[in-house]
Design a protein around this ligand. Structure first.
Ligand SMILES: *[C@@H]1O[C@H](CO)[C@@H](O)[C@H](O)[C@H]1NC(C)=O
Ligand SMILES: *[C@@H]1O[C@H](CO)[C@@H](O)[C@H](O)[C@H]1NC(C)=O
Ligand SMILES: *[C@@H]1O[C@H](CO)[C@@H](O)[C@H](O)[C@H]1NC(C)=O
Ligand SMILES: *[C@@H]1O[C@H](CO)[C@@H](O)[C@H](O)[C@H]1NC(C)=O
Ligand SMILES: *[C@@H]1O[C@H](CO)[C@@H](O)[C@H](O)[C@H]1NC(C)=O
Ligand SMILES: *[C@@H]1O[C@H](CO)[C@@H](O)[C@H](O)[C@H]1NC(C)=O
Ligand SMILES: *[C@@H]1O[C@H](CO)[C@@H](O)[C@H](O)[C@H]1NC(C)=O
Ligand SMILES: *[C@@H]1O[C@H](CO)[C@@H](O)[C@H](O)[C@H]1NC(C)=O
Ligand SMILES: *[C@@H]1O[C@H](CO)[C@@H](O)[C@H](O)[C@H]1NC(C)=O
Ligand SMILES: *[C@@H]1O[C@H](CO)[C@@H](O)[C@H](O)[C@H]1NC(C)=O
Length: 780
């Protein structure tokens, strides 16, 4: 006990200014730079208040008597805080953090707490006036640590932090599942399977994780029934504290602090894995974990570098890439390098019969879709990027072969000596094969196109005799005669809109009492118009989805090219959002969210549910039409790209509309479905804020929507983005903004897939903290 008093003395010496106090009364406040930065527990062991982070400050609970800042709880909603922040226990009994501009973040917002107390157990408690009823306590809301006496209840989780000095939510979580299993899961954005669990999954919904003051860690079914003891019996010692923490590297560790020792640094008594790289997905995509200096460290595979050197867990991207591996390029060499003893999350699109590693390399080199190959005993699994959950371990017999582009072969930037150098001749041969394959495919397409066209002309000839056109719903698009369309549109009288390629007119088909929209492609754009006509026919003719406009018919007579669509009564999303239809009020928050979900559904269908993936290439509010029920449908497929069966990217000239086009278009890099994800991100911002991308009538700082959204998000002022009188929940809006910011990442591989966007919009998947979209300078 003497030593404990000695310890308390040390603390009192170190904290002469902030005196230990037992009860925090209403009206008390703290500042990160003021004389009082925290409230101490009676013995001075724990403190509640401000502590420094990489950027600014955080509010939370830390062990005050230890030289290294040991945080046990953080107010993650209030991160990061500036010098000017104030933590207040208000006169109404609320606990708030106030930033300079008078915005408040409520840690406990119901109010009515009489006093607060930082207890020696490490629990911060708010009491009502009787002092017996607990209104709020930090023990009920764990972040990444459990202290002695605290329990993790069914359904509760711990989230790891980004780093020791940034307590924002990191990439791992521990869940006390309601099936009784205690499980560690990897990163939220790249959902994956568990990497550690207690195998107690048949014990029903009442199992809790408990830690007692002697470091005994166990799962309880009820007050008397032990399910599993994680530490055998605990480590009864005097003057010690124990804490269980989900560390940054994804390992769950039980720390012991000997308070009688001068060095009170924590020692690990128990850990979920002794392998520091066991945290699945710690290094993000295209990266892998190695233990260096006794710590988990990230490395990128050959030919890749960190997306952000300061946040290596974000993963890696290529240092050098080519527009297309099929286009001859004297400056570029393609090689295969290998990384042995690797396991990875398999997402193979083809298995090649290659008995040797060398043949596996060739198989990948000869395939433009292949970016890497997993070679196991006589099986060669071709992979696209990104490579996920790479794990390097002596015991794994497989190797990963990675395609590396280098700007010059002759300089011998030879990453490993097993790498296979590709001779120029060979490369040319591959290209010749590639090009002839493409030509062949194009030829086949042309022939089938001609056959289809013939059939259509024939069908149209039959219809031509009868001007009273009948619409056959639910069947393939029909052929119309020009005369019929002229009649339907009353001589192209009422114009609905104009696009790059043509004008849209309103029409009415009497026999089926139905309004239609007729798009007349400009004749002077004969060649391009023809291409657009064909694309639209091909793409939309084969799609059928609630959130895509239907192509009902077409006309191709002489040089005339017309398309007939279902008519959407409410105009385009642009009309609805930007108030072009004066009479109508702007849609409310819930309606807007529904629109976003509708559009996401439509794009998801194009990307993943069609026979062949389709990149729309021109997602913007003008191309999204609204039906009378407020449903949104994607239209205008004139720009769309149809991808081959196992093609993932394409190179074309710049298409799409400025402001909505992904940065890779400008850089002439290959374009993937992620280009649509980018455009969707911008449209999502349009929807959230009901305004255009660029509005020069606003102050400079707000003129460019994307930048303004990001600034508001960074400054934790998202509510500025919506009308002040709108009934919007800040949390929900923030989630939406985060999804948008993920979508508009400069680096396409960082953008989530449409499926992931869907899951995040629905709230099925928690949205992680997005990096700054433009902070990464492009490496190409
Ligand atoms: C804290 O306040 C409560 C209620 O006023 C009182 O009962 C308790 O004794 C106080 N504790 C200390 C250590 O002052
Ligand atoms: C700091 O705390 C002490 C003791 O609790 C109190 O007397 C003092 O008024 C506080 N100072 C400020 C500036 O709040
Ligand atoms: C305790 O931790 C501090 C800070 O991390 C470190 O500087 C110090 O060397 C450690 N002491 C011992 C004995 O490990
Ligand atoms: C803090 O307050 C000072 C003056 O009140 C102001 O100049 C400064 O910009 C503020 N800092 C932040 C980060 O808000
Ligand atoms: C779980 O707890 C609830 C409420 O205490 C109880 O009704 C139920 O029987 C318990 N289930 C099991 C499997 O122990
Ligand atoms: C605790 O659970 C066990 C096993 O389910 C059961 O046999 C026992 O009666 C329970 N005890 C109490 C107090 O609920
Ligand atoms: C777990 O520990 C408790 C308390 O020490 C003991 O009663 C129980 O038998 C232990 N269970 C197992 C499976 O070791
Ligand atoms: C105090 O801690 C240090 C380092 O953790 C250890 O080497 C030493 O044996 C401890 N001393 C006592 C008396 O436990
Ligand atoms: C080879 O690399 C050196 C510098 O490392 C550079 O100066 C030289 O131009 C390169 N040669 C070729 C052919 O690219
Ligand atoms: C790799 O290269 C180094 C030197 O460049 C050489 O010593 C080593 O034997 C080579 N290893 C193999 C497997 O070829």
């Amino acid at each position: 006990m003497a030593s404990f008093f000695a310890f308390v003395t040390i603390i009192s010496l170190a904290f002469t200014i902030a005196k230990a106090q037992s009860n925090v009364t209403r009206g008390s406040s703290l500042n990160p730079t003021g004389p009082n930065t925290s409230w101490l527990s009676p013995s001075g062991l724990y403190a509640f208040g401000f502590y420094p982070q990489t950027h600014g400050y955080a509010v939370g609970i830390f062990i005050a008597g230890i030289s290294e800042t040991t945080v046990v709880w953080t107010a993650r909603d209030a991160l990061p805080l500036s010098d000017n922040a104030t933590l207040r226990f208000t006169s109404e009994g609320r606990l708030t953090v106030e930033q300079t501009q008078g915005q408040q973040i409520n840690l406990f917002d119901t109010g009515g707490a009489s006093f607060a107390s930082m207890q020696d157990s490490g629990n911060f408690v708010l009491y009502d006036s009787t002092g017996r009823t607990i209104l709020w306590q930090s023990f009920d809301n764990p972040t990444e640590t459990l202290l002695a006496g605290q329990r993790l209840l069914p359904g509760q989780n711990l989230f790891s932090s980004v780093s020791e000095t940034d307590q924002s939510i990191g990439v791992f979580q521990l869940i006390m599942q309601t099936d009784g299993n205690l499980v560690l899961y990897p990163s939220m954005i790249f959902q994956g399977s568990a990497y550690w669990y207690t195998e107690t999954f048949k014990n029903g919904p009442n199992v809790t994780l408990n830690l007692d003051s002697s470091g005994f860690l166990y799962l309880l079914q009820n007050s008397s029934f032990y399910i599993k003891n994680l530490t055998e019996r605990g480590y009864p010692t005097k003057d010690a504290i124990y804490r269980l923490k989900l560390d940054v590297d994804g390992i769950l560790r039980l720390y012991h602090h000997d308070l009688s020792n001068k060095s009170k640094n924590g020692t690990v008594k128990w850990e979920s894995s002794t392998n520091k790289c066991a945290g699945k997905g710690f290094c993000g995509v295209n990266g892998y974990c190695v233990v260096m200096n006794d710590a988990a460290t990230c490395q990128c595979i050959t030919g890749f570098e960190f997306v952000d050197v300061k946040r290596q867990t974000l993963g890696c991207w290529r240092t050098y890439t080519v527009e297309s591996c099929k286009i001859p390029d004297a400056e570029t060499a393609i090689q295969m390098t290998n990384l042995n003893n690797v396991r990875l999350d398999e997402a193979t699109y083809a298995i090649s019969k290659a008995p040797t590693q060398k043949e596996c390399s060739s198989a990948c080199l000869n395939d433009c879709n292949c970016e890497a190959a997993l070679f196991t005993e006589q099986q060669c699994r071709l992979q696209r990027l990104p490579l996920r959950y790479m794990e390097v371990s002596e015991s794994v017999p497989s190797a990963v072969l990675i395609k590396v582009y280098t700007s010059s072969v002759r300089n011998g930037s030879n990453p490993t000596n097993q790498s296979i150098q590709v001779k120029k001749m060979r490369q040319k041969r591959i290209m010749v094969i590639g090009v002839s394959l493409i030509s062949f495919a194009v030829l086949i397409l042309l022939i089938s196109g001609v056959i289809m066209y013939r059939a259509q002309v024939w069908a149209y000839k039959k219809i031509n005799d009868n001007l009273g056109v009948q619409l056959l719903e639910g069947i393939r698009p029909q052929a119309f005669s020009y005369a019929a369309l002229e009649k339907i549109t009353d001589g192209f009288k009422e114009e609905l809109g104009r696009g790059t390629f043509g004008i849209v007119y309103k029409g009415f088909i009497e026999s089926s009492m139905r309004h239609v929209a007729v798009k007349k492609l400009k004749e002077e754009l004969a060649q391009e118009g023809e291409r657009e006509f064909q694309t639209e026919m091909q793409v939309i003719g084969r799609t059928h989805h609630r959130n895509l406009t239907r192509l009902l018919g077409y006309c191709c007579e002489g040089s005339e090219r017309l398309l007939v669509f279902e008519y959407m009564t409410q105009g385009s999303l642009a009309d609805v959002l930007f108030g072009l239809k004066e009479s109508k009020p702007k849609p409310c928050w819930m309606e807007r969210i529904r629109m976003a979900v509708d559009i996401a559904h439509g794009i998801l269908y194009l990307h993943e549910e069609c026979e062949n993936p389709i990149i729309h290439c021109d997602i913007k509010p003008q191309n999204i039409l609204m039906d009378e029920h407020g449903g949104a449908k994607i239209s205008d497929f004139g720009m769309a790209k149809l991808l081959g069966h196992d093609q993932t990217r394409t190179t074309t000239l710049l298409r799409g509309t400025r402001g909505y086009i992904a940065p890779e278009w400008h850089k002439r890099q290959p374009v993937t479905v992620k280009a649509d994800v980018y455009s969707f991100g911008i449209v999502l911002f349009n929807i959230l804020c009901c305004r255009r991308n660029v509005d020069n009538s606003l102050p400079d700082s707000e003129a460019i929507l994307e930048d303004w959204v990001h600034d508001c998000y960074e400054a934790d002022e998202v509510l500025k983005l919506v009308d002040y009188d709108e009934d919007v929940e800040k949390k929900r809006l923030e989630e939406m903004v985060k999804i948008g910011l993920w979508c508009v990442q400069e680096e396409p591989s960082l953008r989530p897939s449409m499926k992931m966007v869907m899951l995040m919009l629905e709230g099925t998947v928690k949205v992680p903290e997005p990096p700054n979209p433009t902070s990464f300078i492009s490496v190409v």
